[in-house]
Design a protein around this ligand. Structure first.
Ligand code: SF4
Ligand code: SF4
Length: 475
């Protein structure tokens, strides 16, 4: 097994997260240190499959150091037949689950049935969608924790992680009760505890939605629950057993395809069928969040020509009613909300920056235009007013057949009132055309070698009257 040079530092960091953010006292006291000692990077020649040693006889999270020691078996790159997915919900509205159900590229049902070529089947344990309930449902999570799985597992967190040290005698977010905790039967098992158990042995940890990725709404100013992101909870040293830091798919709610596509890309990597997908410095899929939403907005042309809506739902650019699109990394204008339909500016709503780490506080008040937009929209308005007029002239000319120019008429009842080009317009287009065809060829047979002789023969030699008597193809 490869020696991890950062091991001590990582152990210390993870323990600090637990101490600071409320995995209850006594929980994972000994076991934690063992759980987090899995090496960060896979060894040469293949990935490692995390295997937790047999569970302690008493199903207690404290267990023994031996019981919780991670043993790692070499797992050669692909093929995996299946991967378990443990979906957990912290401070969440379940909107992320709903958006993933609407995904189409690929759809979640294709991932669950193994219908996507090359991608292992997902066995999903989801608190809302599961058929199992109660103890039967929680047992799946215990199996992962106790290393009883026959395939790697991935954890997915929806919702932010509360600071359970602030919850007093109660709790903010929990799943399952009884016998699982240091505190004994009857006490709910808080989400922090499940994360502490499962994150270290996961092949990948994926945060879905802005609450899990950056804290989101629960972590907004005031933040009575001390909510934080998965990254903030696990700390900067966290790496999955395959050496991946937390993967973040933000959005409130996120675009469902962004999640399923990221999962598919990571699974192809785990199968050995694809490269590790590119993630940016915040763990976002770079190919999905590398551009501002403004760059692919269907109102971008209005912005460029300086035409702005003064109310939500207007068809023009919405920057003056509060759209933050020019600075926000998001792809919803290209992808739509579900199956290329809907999505913020596509339907007349402004961008409030929901995919960004600064959301929501740094984008409020939502009903005001961003101060910076005043500069850019004023510049667009000034430039755009001139550009719009020039484009209108060109558009009017390009709306006419060349024949109509010769006849000075448009043969349609619809065009009864259409004005003919003015002398100034004609003069302008005379010079415009000169520029357009400078260095290029006008349409038609204008080149010397393309012209016909008076007798209809092709001038293949390029000299008038000296053709070879053959047709245009030279035959
Ligand atoms: S509506 Fe927003 S994202 Fe779209 S062009 Fe205007 S400023 Fe850009
Ligand atoms: S356009 Fe803005 S508000 Fe809409 S999903 Fe993207 S980041 Fe969120």
């Amino acid at each position: 097994m490869q020696e991890d040079p950062d091991r001590a530092r990582r152990d210390e960091s993870m323990q600090r997260r637990v101490d600071e953010h409320g995995v209850p006292d006594g929980v994972v006291e000994e076991g934690w240190q063992e759980l987090v000692t899995a090496p960060a990077a896979p060894p040469e020649g293949g990935h490692d499959l995390p295997q937790v040693a047999p569970a302690p006889e008493a199903a207690n999270v404290t267990g023994t150091a031996q019981a919780l020691t991670l043993e790692r078996k070499a797992l050669q790159l692909g093929p995996l037949e299946k991967v378990y997915v443990y979906w957990m919900a912290g401070m969440s509205c379940d909107g992320c689950s709903i958006s993933v159900l609407g995904a189409t590229q690929p759809p979640i049902e294709a991932l669950l049935t193994g219908a996507v070529p090359g991608i292992p089947r997902l066995i999903l344990h989801h608190p809302v969608l599961a058929v199992d309930a109660g103890e039967a449902f929680v047992k799946h999570f215990e199996d992962a924790w106790h290393g009883k799985l026959d395939a790697p597992y991935v954890i997915v967190l929806e919702g932010s992680v509360p600071d359970e040290k602030l919850s007093g005698d109660g709790w903010f977010s929990a799943m399952g009760t009884g016998g699982l905790n240091e505190s004994g039967a009857g006490r709910p098992t808080v989400m922090n505890e499940w994360l502490a158990r499962l994150a270290p042995g996961a092949a990948a940890a994926i945060a879905i939605g802005t609450c899990a990725t950056w804290g989101g709404i629960p972590a907004a100013a005031g933040n009575p629950t001390g909510s934080m992101s998965l990254m903030d909870f696990l700390g900067k040293d966290y790496q999955s057993t395959f050496g991946l830091p937390v993967i973040n798919v933000p959005g409130c709610a996120p675009q469902g395809d962004n999640f399923t596509e990221t999962v598919a890309a990571v699974l192809l990597f785990l199968q050995g069928l694809g490269p590790l997908p590119e993630f940016d410095e915040l763990g976002r899929p770079a190919w999905l969040f590398g551009e501002t939403v403004h760059r692919r907005c269907n109102r971008g042309g209005y912005y460029e020509e300086g035409v702005f809506a003064d109310h939500y739902g207007g068809q023009e650019c919405l920057v003056e009613v509060g759209c933050w699109g020019p600075v926000v990394q998001c792809n919803i204008t290209g992808r739509g909300a579900i199956n290329h339909v809907g999505g913020c500016m596509n339907v007349g709503g402004i961008c409030i920056g929901c995919t960004m780490p600064g959301f929501p506080d740094k984008f409020t008040p939502f009903y005001k235009a961003a101060p910076g937009s005043l500069v850019s929209s004023t510049a667009s308005r000034v430039m755009g007013s001139g550009i719009r007029r020039l484009r209108e002239l060109s558009r009017n000319d390009r709306n006419r057949e060349p024949l109509w120019d010769k006849q000075a008429a448009v043969p349609s009842g619809w065009a009864r009132h259409q004005h003919q080009p003015t002398a100034a317009g004609k003069a302008m287009h005379f010079f415009y055309d000169k520029l357009q065809y400078a260095g290029g060829e006008r349409p038609g047979r204008t080149g010397a070698d393309e012209q016909y002789r008076a007798d209809g023969q092709y001038r293949a030699d390029g000299h008038a009257g000296a053709g070879n008597g053959t047709g245009p193809t030279g035959t």
